[in-house]
Write a protein that binds this ligand. Structure first.
Ligand code: SF4
Length: 420
């Protein structure tokens, strides 16, 4: 058993974890199988954020079994945590490991142990810090795991356990390693990163301030942060920082206060609006991405309209829109008003063009400004791409010397790549 292959579904956290476990496997004498090669060990790191994600995972497992009939197949991650028996019963699956148990893969392989390990969610106390290695340019640095919020529609706290984090010292040490290996950009990653510090008695703002001092790293992105945890202090610090990028990703989920209450979110639309306006006041060119869910139980047509009009009125740059998906064990299932699938699709068709319009307005507002682009390594039909500090995606003809380099350019309309 010498070669391995990872199949990762879901969020950046999963990708960071797969990448880090892959590195440990290499240190333990394994080699990564090439894209078109059969592997001796296949590891599927699953996601359970929606019904569709579950389906994708099951299909991926079946395809991997067909493509690698003799491989030792490990299934781990959030879906494995919540549906371990179901996944263990798929023919060809050799070992199922829970979401926080994936880090014992190297040990399991060493002794060829096929006993499943799915730790109870409430016992998921250890925090495994890690970061992605694959891409030399951008590194996803895991700073936090789990969530204590229990929003009514979300199954993630059942899959990833309670909120926990590494210490500032531990995380800064990983950031220094990234800088030492030539990494230029770090994206702070977690389930609910604003909640950082619960298990170590520290604060997210102190992590931000300490990371800001790490030399060698050119820029840091906060990634997704809950609006109620995005304090004015954080916004003010980012506005002055040389390293933290003017880029925010704030999950709103719905712009109607009535639905936000049903969702058991920790804020109302006014708080969200105040945060967006504060960011724009201090950083007029900041990119603001927003997550939205359409068709949540209880979201009547009127409330959807209210939500759409609210987000439409705000100076945000892009929407990430998801149709509501029923998750077993969640409180939302008790809400009687259910939105038909066809109606969810209709609402998606309204929100997606709104997002495209917002992105276009934001990109166009940047024409003529001087920005720093960090060029990435992908060569797609002779074209490479990169992001500015304020998350404008630009492209140019592929040039190997530019990879992982920062270039100051004046933005022009024909440079934009809208596929973010
Ligand atoms: S904050 Fe809410 S939506 Fe986000 S992971 Fe926690 S429970 Fe789920």
């Amino acid at each position: 058993m010498n070669t391995f292959k990872f199949y990762t579904l879901g969020c950046k956290l999963n990708f960071a974890e797969s990448s880090s476990i892959g590195k440990t496997l290499i240190e333990n004498g394994f080699t990564k199988a090439k894209a078109n090669e059969k592997a001796d060990v296949c590891i599927v790191n699953t996601c359970t954020v929606t019904d569709n994600a579950d389906k994708k995972c099951r299909n991926a497992i079946k395809r991997i079994v067909r493509e690698n009939p003799n491989a030792f197949l490990i299934v781990t991650g959030c879906y494995a945590q919540l549906a371990s028996e179901k996944l263990a019963n798929i023919p060809g699956v050799d070992l199922v490991l829970g979401a926080n148990d994936k880090f014992i893969i190297p040990e399991k392989l060493k002794i060829k142990d096929t006993t499943p390990v799915v730790s109870q969610t409430k016992k998921m106390t250890p925090f495994y810090g890690c970061y992605s290695h694959e891409d030399r340019t951008r590194h996803f640095l895991k700073v936090q795991d789990g969530c204590d919020y229990f929003c009514s529609y979300c199954a993630i706290p059942f899959a990833r356990g309670r909120s926990r984090n590494g210490s500032i010292e531990e995380i800064v040490c990983m950031a220094k390693n990234i800088a030492r290996d030539g990494g230029k950009e770090i994206i702070l990653t977690g389930v609910n990163i604003g909640d950082f510090g619960k298990s170590t008695g520290e604060k997210f703002i102190d992590l931000v301030k300490t990371l800001d001092e790490v030399t060698g790293i050119e820029r840091i992105r906060i990634s997704s942060i809950e609006p109620d945890l995005l304090t004015d202090e954080i916004i003010e610090f980012v506005a002055k920082s040389q390293r933290f990028a003017p880029h925010f990703h704030i999950p709103l989920q719905c712009g109607s206060d009535e639905v936000l209450k049903l969702m058991r979110r920790h804020y109302d639309s006014k708080l969200f609006k105040d945060k967006v306006l504060k960011i724009k006041e201090l950083m007029p060119d900041a990119f603001i991405g927003v997550d939205m869910i359409v068709g949540m139980r209880g979201e009547t047509e009127e409330l959807f309209e209210e939500s759409k009009n609210f987000i439409s009125s705000l100076p945000v740059s892009q929407l990430h829109v998801f149709p509501y998906s029923e998750r077993a064990g969640t409180l939302a299932l008790k809400i009687p008003y259910k939105v038909e699938e066809s109606e969810k699709k209709r609402r998606m068709q309204i929100m997606l063009p709104l997002s495209e319009e917002k992105l276009k307005i934001f990109y166009t507002s940047q024409v003529g400004t001087k920005r720093k682009v960090l060029w990435e390594s992908t060569n797609k039909n002779g074209i490479m791409c990169g992001f500015t500090e304020n998350y404008v995606k630009v492209q140019c003809p592929f040039c190997a010397e530019k990879i992982n380099q920062i270039e100051v350019i004046t933005l022009e309309e024909n440079m934009f790549d809208y596929e973010v």
